[in-house]
Design a protein around this ligand. Structure first.
Ligand code: AMP
Ligand code: ZN
Length: 487
C-alpha cells in the first residue's frame, strides 16, 4: 500500500556497520538482489532463514509503498567446495557421487528449493536468475575487466585485488586476517586474489564447461553474482543480501568486480545486508550429516513450515538463532493460538452489522499500525512487531472489521497466511506416527459418547489406548488443540 506519510525506513548496512535511512536509487522503487542457493544438495533450514529474511525485507519494502524488483540467483555452476578458490566444483562433485549428470542434479535440487520457497510462503521474486543461462555475458564481463584488473595462471583468470580501492572493507577485518582463511593457489599475486574464470585442467573434461578467451572452463562463483545483479538491477542498485558468511569473501569479491566493471569506487549496491546464522548444537545442519535438517525433516515430524517461518520472525534477523525442537514446537503452538484468534475475529465479523468503512478508525488501531511501522522501520525488527499482532487479536471491544483490515496489513509483512490457514492445516501427521488422524477422530467420538453415557471406564480405556499410540490428549485445553501426535 502507498503511504507517503510512513516514517523513514532504516536498515543496517554491513558496509558502514550502521543503521541508515533507506533512500532508493530510483524514486519510489526498491531493487534487491539476494544470493541464492548452490543447487548441489537440498537447502538446510539455516539456508532457508536467509530467504525468509530476504522475503521479510521485500514484503516490508512493498508495504512501504515501493515498487519492488527482487532478483534471486541459482548457482548451478562455479561454487567450489571451499568458498575461496579451492577444491572441486560442488555440482560436479555431487554429480559424480550420485552417478547423475550435473544438469540433472541442478534441476532436481532447484525444484526442491522452489518447493521449500512455496511451503514457507516466500514470495516469488521478479526474476530467478540461473547462472548457467548467463555464461556468455559473464565472459563478456570478465573480458571487460581482464586487462586492467586480472592476470592469467595455469588454473584460470585471477582478479588482482590490489587494483581496486579498499578491498575487503565489507569484511571489516585486515586483509591479512582474510588471508588466513584463504587456501593457497600457486602463483597468485596476493593471497586474497580470486578466480573469475577457472580453466578445465588439460587432462580433464568437465560436464559444465564453456569456451572462453582463457580456454575451456567455467565462471567463478563471485563473477556470477556481479554480472547477474547488475544486469537486472543496474550498475548502482539498492540492496544486496546474503548470509553473514558472505560478508567475508563472496561479497568483498563481488564488490571488487563491481568497482572494476563500473570504473568507480562505488560498491554496486548501496546497502549490503546479512542475516545471522541459524545454529544447531546437535550438528544436524551440516550437509555431510546424512539426515540433515531440511524443511522436509520438520514436516515429517509434524511441524508445519509456517511454524518455522514464525520461529525465524520471532528473532531479529541479525541475531543468531538457535534451533531446538522445543523452540519450533513453541512457535507452532503460538501460530495455532493466532489462528484461533483470527477465527474468532471472523466469527465476530460475521455477526456484525456495520462495516469498517462506515466508522472512523479506532485510535487503538491507528496506534498499533504506527507501532508496527516503527518496529519495521527500525531495521526490520520483526521480533518487536510480532507481539503487536497478538495485541491486535486481543482488542476484543474494537470493531472486528477494522481489526481484520489491520491484520491483513500485518500479514502482508509477516507472510504467515493468517487469513487462510486453519488449525487443521497446522496439524501435520508425523511420518512415523502409528495411527491416522481419522482413527484418532473416530476414537475421540467413541470416547465422547462413552462419557455422555457415563461409561467412564470405557472412556478411560480409549484415552489410555490413544496415549499408548503416541497421541497427546489435552482435555480442557484453552487452545482447543484437543489432540496432537507427540513430536
Ligand atoms: P549456499 O547454498 O551454501 O550458497 O547458501 C545459501 C544461503 O544460506 C547463503 O545466503 C548463506 O549465507 C546462507 N546460510 C548458510 N548457512 C546458514 C545458516 N546456518 N543460517 C543462516 N543462513 C545460512
Ligand atoms: Zn552471490
Amino acid at each position: 500500500m502507498k503511504d507517503t506519510n510512513r516514517q523513514p525506513l532504516k536498515l543496517f548496512n554491513s558496509l558502514t556497520r550502521a543503521i541508515e535511512p533507506f533512500t532508493p536509487v530510483h524514486d519510489g522503487e526498491a531493487r534487491v538482489y539476494t544470493c541464492g542457493p548452490t543447487v548441489y544438495n537440498y537447502q538446510h533450514i539455516g539456508n532457508m532463514r536467509a530467504y525468509i529474511f530476504a522475503d521479510l525485507l521485500g514484503r516490508t519494502l512493498s508495504w512501504w509503498g515501493l515498487k519492488l524488483t527482487h532478483v534471486i540467483n541459482i548457482t548451478d555452476v562455479g561454487h567450489l567446495t571451499s568458498d575461496a578458490d579451492a577444491g572441486d566444483d560442488k555440482m560436479e562433485k555431487a554429480a559424480a557421487s550420485a552417478g547423475k549428470s550435473a544438469w540433472d542434479i541442478a534441476k532436481y535440487y532447484t525444484d526442491a528449493y522452489w518447493q521449500d520457497i512455496d511451503r514457507l510462503n516466500i514470495r516469488q521474486p521478479a526474476k530467478w536468475s540461473i547462472a548457467t543461462d548467463h555464461v556468455d555475458e559473464m565472459i563478456a564481463f570478465a573480458k571487460g575487466i581482464a586487462d586492467k584488473h586480472c592476470y592469467e595462471l595455469e588454473s584460470g583468470l585471477y582478479f588482482d585485488t590490489s587494483t581496486v580501492p579498499d578491498y575487503g572493507r565489507l569484511a571489516g577485518v585486515q586483509s591479512d586476517e582474510i588471508e588466513g582463511r584463504i587456501e593457497k593457489v600457486e602463483g597468485k599475486r596476493h593471497p586474497q586474489d580470486f578466480a573469475i574464470w577457472r580453466k578445465t585442467p588439460a587432462d580433464e573434461t568437465r560436464q559444465m564447461e564453456w569456451d572462453s578467451p582463457w580456454g575451456k572452463g567455467a565462471p567463478g562463483w563471485h563473477l556470477e553474482c556481479s554480472q547477474m545483479s547488475m544486469k537486472y538491477l543496474g550498475e548502482t542498485f539498492d540492496i544486496h543480501t546474503g548470509g553473514i558468511d558472505h560478508r567475508e569473501i563472496h561479497h568483498p569479491n563481488e564488490i571488487a568486480q563491481n568497482q572494476a566493471h563500473n570504473c568507480s569506487e562505488h560498491t554496486g549496491a548501496n546497502i549490503w545486508m546479512h542475516n545471522n546464522f541459524l545454529i544447531d548444537r546437535a550438528g544436524k545442519m551440516s550437509k555431510s550429516s546424512g539426515d540433515f535438517l531440511r524443511l522436509q525433516v520438520l514436516i515429517d515430524k509434524g511441524i508445519h513450515p509456517l511454524a518455522y517461518r514464525l520461529m525465524c520472525l520471532q528473532a531479529h534477523y541479525r541475531s543468531e538463532l538457535e534451533f531446538t525442537w522445543d523452540n519450533v514446537v513453541a512457535a507452532l503452538t503460538r501460530l495455532n493460538r493466532m489462528i484461533m484468534g483470527v477465527d474468532n475475529l471472523k466469527t465476530r465479523l460475521g455477526n456484525m452489522n456495520g462495516t469498517a468503512s462506515e466508522e472512523r478508525e479506532h485510535h487503538k488501531i491507528t496506534e498499533l499500525r504506527e507501532k508496527l511501522s516503527a518496529a519495521m522501520a527500525d531495521d526490520l525488527n520483526s521480533a518487536k512487531a510480532i507481539p503487536l499482532l497478538e495485541e491486535l487479536l486481543g482488542l476484543k471491544k474494537i470493531n472486528a472489521g477494522q481489526r481484520l483490515a489491520l491484520l491483513k496489513e500485518m500479514d502482508m509483512i509477516f507472510g504467515l497466511q493468517l487469513e487462510t490457514l486453519s488449525r487443521k492445516d497446522l496439524r501435520l501427521k508425523p511420518k512415523d506416527a502409528a495411527i491416522s488422524e481419522t482413527e484418532i477422530e473416530q476414537k475421540l467420538d467413541l470416547r465422547q459418547q462413552a462419557k455422555a453415557d457415563k461409561d467412564f471406564a470405557s472412556a478411560d480405556a480409549i484415552r489410555d489406548d490413544l496415549i499408548a499410540q503416541g497421541v497427546d490428549l489435552m482435555d480442557g485445553d484453552p487452545l482447543r488443540w484437543e489432540w496432537s501426535i507427540k513430536i
